[in-house]
Design a binder for this molecule. Structure first.
Ligand SMILES: [Mn+2]
Length: 326
């Protein structure tokens, strides 16, 4: 038997992680009482058009956490125990029944909202944002949205004469058509598929603003943030972040990657310049696909962006709480 090191050295968790694999190493908690921010997974990729596998995204991101969300040097906050931020586990789904699963997603998103917590959801393919928006609509009416993506996700598949079609390529045309989204307060940023002319011709506008990648690459973070803030105003707003907003160099693990994208730093700087002070009532991070991510690059990128999203929402909540105390 080897001799133990002196007693003043206490054993600690040297894996720098949570043995139970929760989002951002947060406490796992299914009771929503008193929760400020509730992270949840939606393991769903039934509406994928290209490479499947994003249903494994939540499990994957939980198992690859190298950074928490409670301390942020740039925003200069240490959340500590001032807010209750938890992982509430995965949504329960049927599997194999797309519209039934959508109904279940709406129901479970609504449950988080009804408990007074802010949902931060991890997908899953991007179709899940449509049933999430259905839940927000019940609470807030038509929503504002900040949409990070390389794709518009406003395909007009619903123009099929016989059926409504739901894929991860058209959640936002469906949401605007149903009135869940207010296009006049919706901005899509980082888009680099289809030309502006083609997009004008083939997608409905509903008043939304598109900040294409070409322009976003050319302007400053402050200017991008200003464009976002002007469009959103003080409306209740969802932030939806498709990981393919990032360049495939930073996020190869995704179903439909597009070159010419952005760095993780770009994403984090835009978020922390734009989000403080806005009325962000929910967020999601979608399209992480583990099987094309052998070096874990996408996991590191996604978890850092996720942490920044949570921290920005927490920052706004802390300010609210501080205001209430005054
Ligand atoms: Mn996309």
């Amino acid at each position: 038997m080897l001799e133990r090191i002196p007693e003043r050295f206490q054993p600690r968790n040297i894996s720098d992680g949570n043995a139970l694999n929760s989002f951002l190493n947060l406490d796992y908690c299914t009771d929503l009482e008193g929760v400020d921010i509730a992270l949840a997974g939606i393991p769903f990729d039934l509406a994928t058009s290209n490479r499947p596998g994003t249903k494994m995204g939540p499990k994957y991101l939980r198992s690859r956490v190298y950074k928490g969300c409670k301390v942020d040097e740039v925003l200069d906050i240490n959340i500590g125990d001032k807010l209750k931020i938890v992982d509430t586990g995965d949504f329960k789904l049927m599997g194999g029944y797309l519209l039934d699963d959508f109904a279940l997603i709406t129901e479970q998103t609504k449950k988080i909202l009804d408990a007074g917590a802010t949902p931060v959801i991890v997908g899953g393919d991007h179709s899940i944002t449509f049933p999430e928006l259905a839940a927000y609509y019940q609470v807030y009416g038509p929503m504002a949205m900040i949409h990070f993506d390389s794709h518009l996700d406003t395909g007009m598949y619903h123009m099929s004469p016989t059926k409504e079609i739901y894929t991860h390529g058209n959640p936002f045309s469906n949401a605007m058509r149903k009135g869940f989204l207010d296009g006049n307060h919706t901005i899509q940023i980082g888009i680099r598929t289809g030309s502006p002319k083609m997009n004008d011709e083939y997608t409905e506008n509903y008043g939304r603003e598109i900040l294409y990648a070409k322009e976003l690459h050319a302007i400053s973070y402050e200017e991008a943030a200003e464009r976002i803030r002007r469009k959103v105003g003080n409306m209740p707003c969802l932030v939806t972040f498709d990981i393919d907003f990032l360049d495939p160099a930073y996020a190869p693990g995704t179903g439909t990657p597009v070159t010419g994208g952005f760095t993780v730093y770009d994403a984090m700087m835009i978020l922390e310049n734009a989000l403080p002070g806005l009325n962000i009532v929910g967020a999601d991070m979608v399209e992480v696909e583990p099987f094309f991510d052998p070096s874990e690059t996408t996991a590191i990128s996604a978890n850092n962006v996720l942490a920044k999203l949570v921290t920005c929402i927490a920052y706004n909540k802390l300010t609210e709480k501080e205001k209430e105390q005054d």
